[in-house]
Design a protein around this ligand. Sequence first.
Ligand code: MN
Length: 493
Amino acid sequence: MTVFDTTLRDGEQTPGVSFRQDHKFAIARQLSDCGVHAIEAGFPASSPGELESVKAIAAMDLDADVCGLARMMKADVDACLDANVDLVHVFIPTSEIQRVNTIKKSPEEVVAATRDVVGYVREHVDSCMFSAMDATRTDLAFLIEVSRAAAEAGATIVNVPDTVGVYTPTKMLQLIGTLVPEVPAPLDVHCHNDFGLAVANTVAAVEAGAAQVQVTVNGIGERAGNADLAQTVMVLESILGVSTGIELKRLVETSRLVSRYSGIAIPPIQPVVGDNAFSHESGIHSHGVLANAATFEPGIMTPEMVGHRRRLTLGKHVGRHAVRQMLADVQLEPADAELDRIVEKVKAIANRGKRVTDADLYEIAETVLGLEAVGRRIDLRDIAIMTGTHAIPTASVRAIVDGAERVAACTGNGPVDAAIRAIGKIVPLPVTLKEYGIEAISGGSDAIAHVTIAVEDERGHVFDASSSGDDVVLASAEAMVNAINLLSRAKQE
Ligand code: MN
């Protein structure tokens, strides 16, 4: 099974997204390194800048094939050839509604243009993908005719796009099953997610014999987007046992990279890569997972497989087993009666609608166990921020670290980023920032900011802590320091 990624093309069609050039390079590199077979880098004929961008990606010497998009016209193909792509993707509308209203060509003219332009592509490059745009709303006999014509003219792969996302898995199974014996080229699908069926339709196409899938990272794309790479690949690999060649362990990092560069957040409940994808809160579930992870996680997809982590969260449904486990991780071993009191207090906080962080749990446990609060390794004394329309955001921090004063300054993308980086500089141990969340507690510009931060140590253990205040930079810095103190404390014990 080959995986064809259109994150760069479809991402640019996503409302509000315009990737920076260096970000496009980073995404292309990441996808290729993860084993994606082909990357559609853009539409060279659309502008001189786009041509240069596709050319630069084609020159990166990636393992993945680099593809350029072209309308069914030689001038567009020439722009792709100028960009030195490995593969040219030509498309033409084939449904009556699009044919009559956009290109104003008869079916005969569509077939003639396809033969002519696909043949022209193959005079210059070895690989050509043909797309019958709006295939799923195209008369079946005509779809077969134009797809055959493309294959006979030299198309090395024939794409069947569900351009407006109106198909269902059953229909896709029938359509691809019908096309496979009729079209003398491997088939590919490009499914849109308007009804939430993009991944299901893509998987159905594979079951019916498609040889390639088109996907985007995080499912980004115009309107409701496209089939998601991580979900499609995991269904193929884990449920159907189809090998994709994708390095599964890098799915989460790839998703986060594209989320950061596209500015489109990943919903917590996003399958495979979302923050909650492997989180367990309720007592019965976390008890089961601790006894045997396969109780509430299908063994065919574990967090480790996709580069994620299993997480037990504290909430109103939390059970004794989960709390005991979380405390054992920092060498706190309450007796049964003490554990009951700790769980009771955790539930009381959660019932007020507040997120219970690790820091809250340890504080509760220390109180119940009558322990002295363990000393803070880092004590933030001062923080100064400079930012403005023309100034690079810069933060300087002064803190007492292990009894000695330390000072550091850092620039960042914004004041919060600068502050967190500066704190990172004075920390005497390796720490990675895993999550940063902020919510406004009241509605106005004077809202109290509640910042939650999770940091990870080099063993992959994650600790979260929070802080609130009317100064978002200060709250962020305090939350970061709180989280690092927890991490270093767990390390000492
Ligand atoms: Mn599309």
